[in-house]
Design a protein around this ligand. Structure first.
Ligand code: GLU
Length: 299
């Protein structure tokens, strides 16, 4: 098991003058594994090093994939690992009205548009355009519904056609104009480049919110001052920084940490049952030994 950089290093961050409020924010779509243990211990260690608070949030907006049994297992496994968090645990689906209010605000500013496209239609359009630009999550949305004739759009809305809500990225960028700096404790100062993602979805067809919107609003609501998470989510922070600016939210610091990998260098995933905290526990593992395997021998 290896960690791609020192999990406890402060990475040259400016000395924190106020206690850090951190969180661990798992999605209950499977059992926690050693990689999650690393992320949770990392967040807890950052809070305790800076005399702060460590909170927990259940990111359960993906109702098709989330299961109450996994949520129960998360709380049990984290407690078994020796973690203690400040209550109450925030569940994202309990706050959809706040997410709606933020969407209404962005819509009133003319920054959202309904997108009726199916995944298949988007793929076909991208396939037809050989120079389709790509972002960190793959090809960018080609903007089909942004260009929809207003009367056709109104008709489809009136007919109740299922739709997502997308951010008009060019309009959002134009509205803010200047640079949007953000600070990562490991990587230093960054300039937000949300345009890398194109017109991101802020409310899905099946769920009236999205990862980008929910995580940004909930971090603000929980008054998180240091967002810690895996470096796989580093690019997403460009979008979160933009949303903070559009919605007048406080800007935290971030610390994207390395991901645990297996012996072959592959990052751990929920499908790796053998490394789930559940199976380690069932096999009689000692929590201190598991903390050490997750990169925190002294936690
Ligand atoms: N819920 C996300 C996950 O389980 C983490 C989100 C975040 O930390 O920003 O991958």
């Amino acid at each position: 098991m290896t960690v791609s950089h020192d999990p406890t290093s402060s990475g040259g961050a400016p000395a924190g003058t106020r206690p850090a409020v951190t969180r661990f924010a798992p999605s209950p779509t499977g059992l926690l594994h050693l990689g999650h243990a690393h992320a949770a211990l990392f967040a807890a260690a950052c809070a305790s090093e800076r005399g702060g608070r460590f909170l927990l949030r259940i990111e359960d907006i993906d109702t098709g994939r989330c299961r109450p049994a996994y949520e129960t297992a998360i709380l049990e496994d984290l407690a078994w690992l020796g973690l203690r968090w400040e209550g109450p645990v925030r569940r994202q689906t309990a706050h959809l009205a706040e997410h709606r209010a933020a969407l209404d605000r962005l819509a009133a500013a003319g920054l959202l548009y309904p997108c009726f496209c199916t995944r298949k239609e988007i793929q076909a359009e991208i396939a037809a355009s050989p120079s389709a630009p790509h972002g960190p999550d793959g090809p960018l949305y080609p903007g089909t519904c942004r260009a929809l004739d207003p009367a056709a759009r109104a008709d489809r809305l009136a007919a109740g056609d299922p739709h997502a809500l997308r951010l008009d990225m060019a309009a959002a960028r134009a509205r803010l104009g200047g640079p949007l700096p953000w600070y990562d404790a490991a990587a230093g100062w960054q300039q937000a480049r949300p345009e890398l993602f194109g017109d991101v979805v802020l409310a899905r067809k099946d769920v009236p919110t999205s990862y980008h919107l929910a995580v940004t609003l909930d971090d603000a609501a929980q008054e998180i001052t240091l967002v810690t998470r895996g470096e796989d989510l580093f690019p997403a922070t460009h979008v979160h920084r933009l949303l903070q600016a559009l919605l007048d939210l406080p800007v935290p610091q971030w610390h994207h940490h390395g991901l645990l990998t297996d012996e072959t260098g592959r990052r751990l995933a929920k499908r790796d049952d053998a490394r789930s905290l559940r199976s380690l526990r069932a096999a009689g593992a000692d929590p201190a030994a598991v903390r050490a395997r997750a990169g925190f021998p002294d936690a």
